[in-house]
Write a protein that binds this ligand. Sequence first.
Ligand SMILES: Cc1ncc(C[n+]2csc(CCOP(=O)(O)OP(=O)(O)O)c2C)c(N)n1
Ligand SMILES: CC(=O)[C@@H](O)[C@H](O)COP(=O)(O)O
Ligand SMILES: [Mg+2]
Length: 604
Amino acid sequence: MTLLETVRDPARLRELTAGELRDLAGEIRAFLIERVSATGGHLGPNLGVVELTVALHTVFESPRDRLVWDTGHQSYVHKILTGRQAGFGRLRKAGGVSGYPSREESEHDLVENSHASTALSYADGLARADAHLGRRDRATVAIIGDGAMTGGMAWEALNNIAGGPERPLVIVLNDNQRSYAPTVGGLAEHLADLRAGRGPGVFEQLGLGYLGPVDGHDLPAVQDSLRHAVALGGPVVVHVITAKGKGYRHTETNDLDLGHAVKPMDPHTGQALKASPPSFTSVFGEKLVELAERRDDLVAITAAMTEPTGLLPLRRRFPHRVIDVGIAEQHAVTMAAGLSMGGVHPVVAIYSTFLNRALDQLLMDVALHRRPVTFVLDRSGVTGDDGPSHNGMWDLSVLQVVPGLRIAAPRDGARLAELLAEAVAWRQGPTLLRFPKGPVGEDLPAIATFNGIDVLLRSGPLDVLIISVGALAGLALTVAEGVRAQGIGVTVVDPRWVAPVNPALADLGRRHRLAITVEDNSRAGGVGSAIAQALRDADVPTPLREFGIPRRFLGHGSRAEVLAACGLTSQNITRVVVELLAGLDAAPASASASASAGIDDLGT
Ligand SMILES: Cc1ncc(C[n+]2csc(CCOP(=O)(O)OP(=O)(O)O)c2C)c(N)n1
Ligand SMILES: CC(=O)[C@@H](O)[C@H](O)COP(=O)(O)O
Ligand SMILES: [Mg+2]
């Protein structure tokens, strides 16, 4: 039996000798490499925190003492040590261990974050609660990366924490000099000074205790620092230096991101098991370079995600035209407004879920000022394996309330190219493109256009109008085949620009007996509900049914599994359409009048 197999609870660690703990760290690394290379996941960040996590679980007694992991992508070792080794065979898969802390999984997981820079705020709240309740019998420990420290929320929290010198709180700053890419900005420079022992530290100047820098792979040294921090009382920063990807050649030598998030791969070669087909991300990256070749005023902004958002080709071509602001989405958006006031057209490339943070900036700083800024939201819709926090299932609901914002959802690579060009050419206000994670697939050409709306299929009588949003066009066409096979007439359209609603959709809706919308977004307030409102406003009597994501947080699993759990399958939608049509009375007069209309009657 290995040492690791004897660890079912962190209390076991406190029975081991220093030598055994060192051996255990080696076993944990081997376990991570074997399991995460099979499933994919955040390998590099976790290889870097093996000794740190062992030290935390020997010095502190979780769950009595509260360990709060910022972002949470580096919590695998914590999971391994808190009774969840068996679940790693299905890491991030339906029914398996989630990729982030999860309250459902374990009493050792207090917060399920995964959006960065929140841990210090949770910890400040926990420490204040203890003060309020007069409890001094448990510790609060926040573990935050140097990347997450670039987020504004972390500094709001530090300001508050420093204002309560009597409240004990240990802040472990895990400094590996990386977010994905090297951490940027003045803070990164300052941490370099602290590592080199140069000058006074900003944390001490704020009034916080500061210990370090300490070698994060020297287990006894980390344990000593943590104990010292507890003994000091009050809020103390323990500055721990770690190496992301440590102990595995293929992450240590991965210059791009030290194996931040790997795909399933051969552990011996470090090569992905499957080649990645062209994705929406890669098409966006290429098209942006083409546009940037023609327009000197185009500049891209990323919040610490240059490669994952597809900006690497642009950075390679024009290194000074990609601005990495760190994990600072709010700053990115308002800075984009400033850039545009200065005569530059910014393209803000961001994951849908992370733009949630910057709604106010988008509304007030960009839209109110009618700034021509283009937002490109990757990972819109269901992302799947990263669980509830990473699904980009709210953007269409939240953002269509923004006055003057034009939103497009490309269904394929050709449309992405077209719509991106249209977006950056628009000078009267902000524009936004949204697309999902994954392969871009084959192009789905339109057979006609109708007042700016692409018609993808027209067959038989005007029974059902399927309005498809973005990448769900393939699903919409499969549904169309299903209903057509049952003798039902069908039209499939893609509005391309989904907000504001194209008034021609009301004309199309009026001519059919039933309309449905299919979108990879929450049904609540999504494109479907906006179109339903537009139909009502235009006195269109045609009933409309919206297919989308229910109003709940979605568990992790593959994108296909999660979509199926939401009822977004061709079988389900086809069945509902057939039932709805069967339940309708004879076609309304306006529809029957045009029941034999062909594609020509829909115009172009
Ligand atoms: C608000 C937000 N923006 C972007 C991300 C994407 N993201 C995940 S991890 C990461 C880098 C975090 O760097 P750091 O905290 O230093 O952790 P490390 O990867 O070094 O372990 C980023 C940008 C996120 N999780 N949350
Ligand atoms: C922790 C985090 O937010 C990212 O690392 C995220 O997991 C990346 O997701 P993708 O794999 O879709 O880029
Ligand atoms: Mg880091």
